[in-house]
Design a protein around this ligand. Structure first.
Ligand code: RIB
Ligand code: CA
Length: 319
């Protein structure tokens, strides 16, 4: 599998990168940096730190992308991950530096040079993906598959009741990407709440592996674990990006999925970034309102994932 991962590298983004970087048979061709969780430059530093933690320093280029959303103000999530996105670990600056070239141009170049070969995991606001598509619409057909961590499946969001962070921060970019015609699968915040929790016992078992990568994981996960326990009243930490990467790397982990008509709200005052997901009892058809246009399903929405398989995949990455 040939992968590009677009990331606003903080907390769980790092664990997603580690899953891919440590998986035999997977080539991470490039890491592209988006705005999002914490400072833009810090996202690049954190991705470079993840490469070093996986003993891949210098082997995977890191490209800088869009530094803010198309029209909306940037939105920081340091309250979840710590100011540096790494639970304020004070990690040393790595020798590897970001590569020259813009993330969107690199996505276009690499996808168009290898049609049908590249899988893209989008685990950040979708600005870079939208820019790449606007730069070269043919990537929608040339990309093998687009995995998006984002939105909710008619569930509660994590920024507003309607919206999950990645779609809330740049809803215009999300709308462009969702309607571009990519072959795509979505792992939503709703699915993360269902199957993306690592319990305190599981986290203790990962730490007990005693490897440098396990210690790095525990260290980087501290602040988001504390946030999950204190604010979300959870018995562990949530891992949306790592969950998305785990199923992208091994679709056998998918226990239930459904093709649906999805779209993104950009005009709503209360529903900015809301992901509309049709379903069997509420199809996107004109029965309810003749003005509704029947549209073909445009995304596979993941509904259930093998939790033990997810945990095992992460454990293997930390050995
Ligand atoms: O809503 C969760 C998503 O927002 C994750 O990708 C997290 O890293 C943040 O970007
Ligand atoms: Ca992310």
């Amino acid at each position: 599998m040939r992968l590009i991962i677009d990331t606003d590298t903080a907390g769980d983004d790092v664990f997603s990168l580690m899953l891919a970087l440590r998986r035999p048979g997977v080539t991470v061709e490039a890491i592209t940096i988006a705005h999002g969780n914490v400072g833009f430059e810090q996202h690049a530093e954190n991705a470079l730190a993840a490469l070093e933690a996986c003993e891949r320093a210098g082997e995977v280029p890191v490209y800088l992308g869009a530094q803010r959303p198309f029209t909306r103000p940037p939105l920081d999530a340091a309250y979840v991950f710590g100011a540096d996105g790494m639970s304020d670990s004070g990690l040393a600056r790595t020798a590897q530096r970001p590569a020259p070239g813009h993330a969107a141009d690199e996505i276009v170049r690499r996808v168009m040079e290898a049609p049908g070969e590249i899988t893209l995991i989008a685990q950040a606001p979708l600005t870079n993906i939208a820019l790449a598509y606007l730069r070269e619409p043919r990537i929608a057909r040339a990309l093998k598959h687009l995995w998006i961590m984002g939105g909710t499946d008619n569930g509660v969001g994590n920024v507003t009741p309607a919206a999950e962070y990645n779609l809330y921060v740049d809803p215009e970019a999300a709308k462009i990407v969702i309607n571009a015609g990519f072959a795509m699968s979505l792992v939503t915040w709703t699915e993360t709440l269902r199957d993306g929790l690592l319990t305190l016992d599981q986290l203790a078992a990962l730490d007990a592996l005693g490897t440098p990568r396990a210690a790095f994981f525990t260290q980087v996960n501290r602040t988001s674990l504390a946030f999950a326990q204190e604010t979300e009243h959870l018995d562990g930490s949530l891992h949306p990006d790592a969950l998305t990467c785990a199923v992208a790397l091994d679709e056998a982990l998918i226990l239930e999925a459904e093709m649906a008509v999805v779209d993104v709200e950009t005009m709503g005052e209360l529903t900015r970034g809301y992901l509309s997901v049709s379903n069997a009892i509420l199809p996107d058809i004109e029965v309810a309102d003749p003005a509704l246009r029947r549209r073909p399903p445009n995304a596979r929405v993941i509904k259930k994932i093998d939790r033990q398989g997810f945990y095992a995949a992460l454990r293997d990455a930390l050995l």
